[in-house]
Design a protein. Structure first.
Length: 75
């Protein structure tokens, strides 16, 4: 099993944009993203912090319906 990477919120936003998500709005340090074409995918809320927690990153990957391995390829 591959360990989760330690990344910032800004890096996570770039990776999810490669998957087809777009920034819908931002309030404070939280960025809300929605998938452009697939409305069945859940919207993501990513804090623009220096380091994202492991649990939060795992939840974002689960909501985006991708594996850790697929996420590594986007980095």
């Amino acid at each position: 099993m591959i360990k989760l990477p330690v990344i910032s919120g800004k890096e996570a936003v770039k990776c999810f944009e490669k998957l087809g998500y777009e920034v819908v709005r931002q309030k404070g340090s939280h960025i809300r993203m929605r998938h452009k074409s697939d409305e069945s995918k859940k919207p993501l809320t990513i804090p623009k912090h220096k380091v994202l927690g492991k649990g939060l990153l795992r939840k974002l990957l689960r909501d985006a319906e991708i594996s850790v391995e697929e996420f590594f390829e986007l980095l």
